[in-house]
Design a protein around this ligand. Structure first.
Ligand code: IMP
Ligand code: MG
Length: 435
């Protein structure tokens, strides 16, 4: 099987990320979504960056699900949304001839909105973290979720209340006071009342048809056995609870997160994407990071610059210990290996198959936790394999791959103890095969 029309999936299935994000989920979603009746995004907000490359060209999304080209998409309750960015993405799609309307995009009224103060607070808190900032995307994600768990802040349905302006004024005043306090009085007039209100009113008018109760739509589709595809964001190792805390994001990029967002618990397949090597953007532990010319090769050949922030991503050998852990907490049933072609031409390739922590060896699946206090103090144990000459880019099936690349894939499969169901060998839609 080699293309999306011949690969069949059914029920409710998810595409998420087994590691620290940016592992090519967008491409897998684009591949599977032609068959989907519904695509649902549940994690994070505009911190995400999904690159899709298809017959319409290249697109970079932060909020719009990559399924938008093929089917009806939903932004679920648990996504945090910056309406300015959302509208910008819709306009970009429209200007390139891709229709976006209530026919193919629904936005939950229960979404917490990211406003100017969340972005400001994100930056202030990063400064307050001193020498060890998280390296957030500064898109206001953490503070917006903080408001949500505090059960304050503005949600989309508030825009439609009769007394919205009164509520807005109260929120504005409180956030202004908070920012003044947080900045030690440096911020004297942090926010522009009229400007924010104007933008919110504009968004309300613009998005109104798409803002609809989403749970009945999701549950109906689920009950009827329609094909629902959950589109992940970020990566399992960035999970607020089970990830590499404190260097994590503020949501649940896992199967559990999908269920929490939708009330849907029966999930057939969970495809977890992982590059053929490992990378992360932002701070935090990264045992297999390479700061040498091989690291540079991975960055340059893999175009490893953040879609959202443009930051250079940190790259290293495939960490099977961290990825196994990530796939486990993600609830993965199968693995999609992406960017195999980036390893083309290397003399040897390495896989981290264990860690040494305080003099003790921990194999795959044996580590007690992936939290920073552990992960930041481990030394990787590697298995070294021969590289391959020739290109993987033209391969459209497993047996087309150079022999050593096949061995590498099989080794990953063995170490992760999960079936590898897709291998991607380039950014284009056709540069991928199922196995
Ligand atoms: P935040 O989500 O902006 O609060 O950032 C927290 C951490 O998660 C930082 O290390 C970010 O670089 C990382 N992060 C957040 N979203 C993504 C993503 O979509 N891909 C990769 N890293 C992400
Ligand atoms: Mg990304």
């Amino acid at each position: 099987m080699s293309n999306s029309s011949s690969f069949k999936w059914n029920g409710t299935s998810l595409v998420l990320d087994a590691a620290w994000g940016d592992n090519g989920k967008g491409k897998i979603v684009d591949y599977l979504s032609p068959q989907a009746d519904l695509v649902i995004r549940w994690a994070g907000g505009p911190n995400a960056g999904h690159t899709v490359n298809n017959e319409h060209g290249e697109f970079k999304f932060h909020l719009i699900p990559s399924g938008i080209f093929n089917t009806k998409c939903i932004l679920a309750d648990t996504v945090v949304v910056d309406l300015d960015i959302l509208i910008h993405e819709i306009d970009e799609l429209l200007s390139r001839g891709i229709p976006v309307s209530s026919k193919n995009l629904l936005i939950s009224p229960d979404i917490t909105m990211i406003l100017d103060w969340h972005k400001k607070r994100d930056a202030l808190i990063e400064v307050a973290r001193g020498e060890k900032p998280i390296g957030t995307t500064r898109r206001g994600i953490g503070p917006a979720y903080a408001d949500r768990t505090e059960r304050i802040g503005l949600q989309i349905h508030h825009l439609f209340e009769k007394n919205f302006e009164k509520r807005f004024k109260k929120e504005f005043d409180w956030q202004t006071r908070l920012t003044k306090l947080m900045s030690g009085g440096v911020e004297k007039k942090p926010y522009d009342y009229d400007d924010i209100l104007r933008r919110l009113k504009f968004a309300r008018k613009r998005l109104e048809p798409m803002i609809q109760e989403v749970l009945p739509v999701i549950w109906k589709a689920h009950k009827e056995g329609k094909r629902i595809l959950g589109e992940g964001a970020q990566g399992a190792l960035l999970d607020i609870d089970l990830g590499t805390a404190p260097y994590v994001t503020s949501s649940h990029p896992t199967r559990a997160g999908f269920s929490a967002a939708t009330g849907v618990y029966k999930i057939n397949h969970v495809y977890a994407a992982s590059r053929a090597y490992t990378a992360r953007v932002g701070s935090g532990p990264f045992p297999t990071e390479l700061k040498d010319e091989i690291g540079d090769h991975l960055v340059e050949v893999g175009h490893e610059y953040g879609t959202t922030t443009g930051r250079r991503r940190r790259c290293g050998w495939f960490d099977a210990v961290a990825t196994y852990y990530g796939a486990h907490i993600a609830g993965a049933t199968e693995i999609a290996i992406t960017k195999l072609d980036v390893l083309d031409g290397l003399d040897e390739v390495k896989i981290c198959v264990g860690y040494i922590f305080e003099g003790k060896k921990y194999g795959i699946g044996k580590i007690p936790t992936i939290k920073n206090r552990f992960l930041d103090h481990v030394t990787p144990i590697y298995k070294t394999m021969n590289g391959w000459s020739g290109s993987t880019k033209e391969a459209r099936s497993f047996k087309n791959l150079p022999k050593n690349a096949q061995k590498y894939i099989l080794e990953l499969q063995k170490r992760l103890d999960k079936k590898i169901c897709f291998v991607s060998v380039g950014p284009k839609r056709e540069e991928m095969f199922s196995m």
